[in-house]
Design a protein around this ligand. Structure first.
Ligand SMILES: Cc1ncc(COP(=O)(O)O)c(C=O)c1O
Length: 345
């Protein structure tokens, strides 16, 4: 791609202080088409989008009902909003329903936000979004969903898990990050409310007090979006899905537990912290990149690797990865066939 240098290299201002430009407006329009929302507003990062929208939409006296494992940006937005925060057990729509019924009975007019993700990146699992949106609508609550990890790389046309469940454009508020599939720094909030962008410009810190995405960042995301929506995107998603299935299968037949649903993130159970650290050192030293997730993110006995699969991985890469994992286990670990069942705590 050719960089759009006619727009300069810097946004030179927050969104409200002329930090936007034609390139960022083009990206907002393209995302509105892609995501099926009336208004998409860009943010400097995914973190500021999640934090900013949750903090802005709830006030003291309101309630936020949030998945216990939702991303830190959403949790911190909730805490800083001054609303009463209720954390529900991971993915439990039954618990959300109970919270909403109780809050509505006590405060018929209170604002209620329900906050979750389409794909949780530690566990590679998803809530039942169709049911959750229905529960929210029934109780007059607003659903905010973070789609950072599946947008672009899942769904027939790249519209993510919402597409898989026929929910494109149907969730009240969608937010996301460009730092995964879209190869760039930045984020967005999408809604069907025509006044939301104006409201955010006035009352959402990351729209007013930090510099906007640069023209170059916006141009890169636009280019990535062209790839996602074109033939190359379809081919890459197919290859990615096949790679994920292959790696999960190879790990499973080698005795490793790989919980969660197939996605670009494969959690691999490696057991207690001490063993897991030694196994991780072996992997990294041998060129197999894993992120070790351990206590306090999970129980001490339930450390796991978070492995990220790409469309560009070849079978030989995945075979080498599995061989290295077996070696690490032989050298340092108890057989993970005997490891406790995976369960993020
Ligand atoms: C679910 C989720 N939401 C938001 C973010 C923050 O996005 P960014 O890195 O663009 O700030 C992340 C992590 O990067 C994430 O995993």
């Amino acid at each position: 791609m050719t960089l759009p240098l006619e727009f300069g290299v810097h946004s030179a201002g927050s969104s409200i202080l002329m930090g936007g430009c034609e390139m960022s407006q083009r990206l907002e329009r393209a995302l509105e088409d892609f995501l099926g929302y009336l208004e998409v507003t860009l943010f400097p990062t995914g973190w500021t989008a999640g934090y900013g929208i949750v903090k802005m939409l709830a006030q003291p006296g309101d309630h936020i009902v949030i998945d216990f494992l939702a991303h830190a940006c959403l949790q911190e937005g909730a805490t800083c909003s001054g609303a009463t925060v209720h954390r529900f057990p991971h993915l439990s729509n039954a618990s959300v329903r109970k919270h909403l019924a109780r809050i509505r009975a006590a405060q018929p007019a209170a604002g209620i936000l329900v906050v979750t993700e389409t794909l949780f990146s530690m566990d590679s699992d998803s809530p039942d979004i169709v049911e959750l949106q229905a529960i929210c609508t029934d109780h007059g609550a607003t659903l905010v969903v973070d789609c950072a990890h599946d947008l672009g790389c899942m769904g027939e046309t790249g519209r993510g898990i919402l597409e898989v469940h026929n929910m494109v454009g149907k969730v009240d508020v969608l937010m996301g990050s460009f730092s995964k599939t879209f190869a760039q720094i930045g984020g967005f909030v999408a809604t069907q409310h025509s006044g939301m962008r104006t409201a955010m410009r006035a009352a959402c810190g990351p729209q007013t007090s930090t510099n906007a995405m640069t023209p170059i960042q916006a141009a890169v995301v636009l280019e990535a979006l062209n790839i996602v929506t074109g033939h190359e995107g379809a081919v890459r998603r197919k290859r990615l899905a096949a790679n994920v299935d292959y790696l999960r299968e190879r790990l499973r037949e080698s005795g490793f537990a790989t919980p969660g649903e197939p996605s670009a993130i494969v959690p691999v159970v490696v057991g207690n912290s001490g063993t897991a650290r030694l196994m991780t050192r072996h992997m990294i030293r041998n060129g197999a990149i894993v992120n070790l997730v351990e206590y306090p993110a999970v129980a001490r006995s339930k450390s796991f690797w978070r492995v990220q699969v790409m469309a560009d991985h070849e079978r030989e890469h995945m075979d080498a990865f599995v061989a290295c994992a077996i070696e690490a286990r032989t050298l340092w670990g108890a057989s993970s066939q005997n490891a406790p069942a995976f369960e993020a705590s």
